[in-house]
Design a protein around this ligand. Structure first.
Ligand code: NAP
Length: 225
């Protein structure tokens, strides 16, 4: 894979863009306000980065990350993502996103909603359970003793393999937790949300701490509906 497309270039999108460029991957950034508003970030990232419309970022990416507030998921361009692996970092915060009845009822996870919106793409949930500053600081080269593990979920095995390869290149090991229907196990307020990656709480005010696969597996298994 040579190009990562980003739909959303905020805290998580910007962090992933920096990790990708550091790993030698080209990035195409996008947001809701237009490419010109991303000039500063593109400038910081250098020649591997450019900005485009969301449709351009979707079309350019070998893999595309959707990293917008959940309330905006229906604005993600579907046609340009046909056949592609789409990584979904979204979390559901009703106070920010409004209420989604299917999520409230436990009928669908937020990633299943995105998968419904992108029926001809293969959605993999990843990066949603780690604070963006920790995502930036815990990346390690393959084989490092203190590599951190992130959970992934998805309905397509090949897509999960591709996502795991990307995460590996960006600096993370992965733990496959099953289909998208299981991704509630990594949503806000579950044991694997934020906390495994710091020694103290609240996690967003604490320094990052690496978490290995066993730590992450235990936290995922401890989730309760
Ligand atoms: N912050 C974290 O540590 C963290 C960790 C894990 C997961 N997440 C989740 O990941 C997602 C992104 O979080 P974030 O913290 O990166 O958010 P953020 O900093 O607010 O950035 C959101 C990005 O989405 C873009 N966006 C919003 N509506 C859009 C639309 N209709 N079309 C295209 N782009 C749109 C924004 O562009 P404009 O600025 O131009 O509107 C911005 O670039 C959220 O679902 C969040 O819950 C966040």
């Amino acid at each position: 894979m040579t190009t990562l497309g980003l739909i959303g270039s905020g805290n998580i999108g910007g962090t992933l863009a920096r990790l990708a460029v550091a790993a030698g991957i080209d990035v195409v950034l996008s947001n809701s306000r237009g490419p010109e508003t991303l000039a500063e970030l593109v400038d910081e990232l250098g020649e591997r980065a450019r900005a485009g419309t969301t449709a351009e970022a979707a079309a350019a990416g070998d893999i595309v990350v959707v990293t917008v507030p959940l309330k905006a998921y229906q604005a993600v361009p579907a046609d340009q993502l046909v056949g592609k692996v789409v990584i979904d970092t979204n979390n559901y915060y009703p106070e920010r996103d409004g209420e989604f009845p299917d999520i409230e009822a436990g009928v669908a996870t937020s990633s299943e909603l995105l998968q419904r919106h992108l029926p001809r793409s293969r959605v993999v949930k990843a990066f949603n359970n780690i604070y963006f500053e920790h995502l930036a600081s815990l990346a390690r080269p393959e084989g490092a003793a203190d590599r951190t593990t992130l959970p992934i979920a998805g309905d397509d095995t090949e897509a999960k393999t591709a996502a795991a390869q990307l995460l590996g290149t960006l600096g993370y090991d992965t733990l496959d937790i099953g289909p998208l229907s299981e991704s509630w196990r990594t949503q806000p307020d579950t044991p694997v949300y934020g906390s495994p990656y710091t020694a103290s709480e609240p996690f967003w005010e604490s320094e990052a701490r690496p978490a290995d696969t066993e730590t992450v597996r235990k936290a995922v298994d401890a989730a309760e509906r």
